[in-house]
Design a protein around this ligand. Structure first.
Ligand SMILES: [Zn+2]
Length: 550
């Protein structure tokens, strides 16, 4: 007996054998059951998703000598010969070869002849999008007036190349990629049936992942691995055949990215390169790794290895680079650039923009609860420091190089605008990220606030006054100390942190009317008064970032 590939040997023989594609199987089964078989079907979907297998099962079910309901018996003479490809009334045409010119001409001549052996004459045209225009026209003529006993099954991976005139005459089925679990399940059943008793579960999973939803590719890989491993399936064999790097290298590189360790990240990549591993596959593994982290993060099961936004960005940058690696035929340069982008964000303007946008969203989000706060004062007080610019338009506070001016009742007119400051910068976002890494619950509290003032000695964070729980907890000694130690790590400065209630977004400001710059005797909360005593400044209504944008 000639050797059959695993794929051919384990092709599903009946509807019941089919893995996945339940929507297709059920519809076809009922069509036969109810005697409502259409004259033309179009199966579309990625390669290896079972289009021709199901076409053959359908052909068997239509011509079986001993059908059980709508299901073929899979062992009568007709079924066997359809499986072997020798049944005269099941005609398989591969449109990819010779673009179908001769076959379609032949089809036009013979389509009117009654079936020779079975009840139905079934034409299975694979890769139908490859037909020439003439062949399509010839096919269309037949589809317009098909003989009663003829069923066409057209299969394609590229539905957009099929003329609308053909599409409109077919019942269409969209085949989906198999999930990793479906492929894994099928492979393990086949292994058992083949007499393999032990195998690496991770190895099987790698094959399933690598097949990208195609069962034929998965079985081809499985066969290769079994041949190399002399009938055994070890993870190392799978990795060697797929050119995969060890998970240790992926994890090491991911850790280097998370800790912004440019040198470390490039060293791992260089090692992978020197070992002669497939850089494209390595890029794919990296993307997969970050994808897993992101899914865990958004489902609340994250280990804090990065915010969802950071992980998303890493995936985008790495996926682009991996695509470039493929295009540039395995040069590792695109991945090297991606690693530098991700680990040295200072060089990356797009990343900076993203961080600014995030801060803006944070500030926008604040305006909502503030506007809805019960009984807002007629003119909400807010601290304005010695600098003229408001916090909302300056996400990164620049510390003026000149010493903090002595307390005054009005801000000095000569204070430099914040943007002009060239002194040490304080990045609120960076600080929030650092807090998140240390203690998520604390980050959840402080991210409701925004920095009102930053200088050599003190960071004042304003929170909506209605967030009493936040304010109280942030004032607890242990939380304050932790925040201060994180601030020290981020900025290298020993700075005190005060969290104070601060209101903004008054009805006046919302209406767009100009409000007096110094309202008469506004009520100032005590901590603000203290802050003002230390830093100077004034109390005035401020507009929310949303309004400024308009
Ligand atoms: Zn049969």
């Amino acid at each position: 007996m000639e050797y059959q590939t695993l794929y051919r040997r384990w092709r599903p023989g009946t509807f019941e054998d089919v893995v996945g594609q339940q929507h297709v199987v059920t519809t076809l089964y009922h069509a036969i059951e109810k005697g409502r078989v259409a004259h033309a079907y179009l199966f579309t979907g990625p390669r290896g998703t079972g289009k021709t297998s199901i076409a053959k099962i359908f052909a068997k079910a239509l011509n079986c000598l001993e059908p059980q309901g709508a299901e073929a018996c899979d062992h009568c003479a007709n079924c066997s010969r359809i499986s072997e490809g020798t049944f005269l009334d099941v005609i398989e045409i591969d449109a990819a070869s010779n673009r179908g010119i001769d076959e379609i001409r032949d089809l036009r001549e013979k389509v009117r002849f009654a079936p020779a052996e079975g009840k139905y004459k079934i034409y299975i045209i694979d890769e139908v999008h490859m037909l020439t225009t003439e062949a399509f026209n010839a096919l269309l003529k037949t589809l317009e007036e098909p003989p009663q006993f003829v069923v066409f099954i057209l299969a394609t991976t590229e539905i957009h190349k099929i003329p609308v005139t053909i599409l409109s005459r077919c019942q269409r089925f969209d085949f989906k990629r198999f999930t990793v679990a479906e492929i894994k399940g099928r492979l393990s059943r086949i292994l058992t049936a083949e007499g393999v008793t032990e195998w690496s579960d991770r190895g099987l999973e790698l094959i399933a992942e690598h097949a990208e939803g195609g069962m034929r590719d998965a079985l081809g890989l499985l066969e290769q691995v079994l041949a190399h491993g002399q009938g055994r399936l070890a993870e190392e064999t799978v990795r060697a055949i797929l050119g995969l790097t060890s998970e240790e290298a992926v994890a090491a590189l991911a850790a280097a990215i998370s800790s912004h360790n440019t040198g470390g990240a490039l060293a791992v990549l260089s090692r992978v390169n020197q070992e002669g591993k497939d850089i494209y596959q390595f890029g794919r593994s990296l993307v997969g790794h970050f994808r897993d982290l992101l899914l865990a993060e958004v489902s609340g099961a994250g280990d804090g290895s990065g915010s969802a936004a950071d992980l998303l960005r890493a995936i985008e940058v790495l996926a682009d680079a991996t695509y470039e690696v493929k295009r540039s035929q395995q040069s590792s340069l695109p991945l090297e650039l991606a690693l530098i982008k991700l680990t040295a964000p200072g060089l990356d303007y797009a990343g900076l923009e993203q961080r600014l946008a995030r801060l803006e969203r944070l500030l926008d989000g604040q305006a909502v609860p503030l506007a809805a706060a019960p009984q807002p004062p007629a003119l909400a007080p807010a601290i304005s420091g010695p600098k003229e610019a408001s916090v909302s338009s300056q996400p990164e506070l620049h510390r003026p190089q000149s010493p903090v001016p002595a307390p005054e009742s009005t801000p000095p007119q000569t204070a430099p605008p914040a943007t002009a400051g060239s002194g040490a910068k304080f990045d609120w976002n960076e600080f929030l990220e650092a807090v998140k890494k240390k203690k998520r619950t604390l980050a959840a509290l402080i991210q409701e606030g925004k920095p009102l003032q930053w200088d050599e000695e003190q960071l004042i964070v304003g929170l909506p006054p209605n967030l009493k729980f936040h304010l109280e907890n942030l004032s607890l000694a242990q939380n304050r100390e932790l925040l201060e130690s994180i601030l020290h790590e981020v900025t290298g400065k020993q700075v005190r942190i005060s969290c104070v209630p601060a209101t903004e977004g008054t009805p006046e400001a919302k209406a767009g009317r100009s409000a007096p710059a110094a309202p008469a005797a506004p009520s100032v909360p005590e901590p603000l008064a203290k802050a003002m005593a230390i830093f100077g400044g004034e109390v005035k209504p401020i507009t929310s970032p949303k309004e400024e944008k308009e």
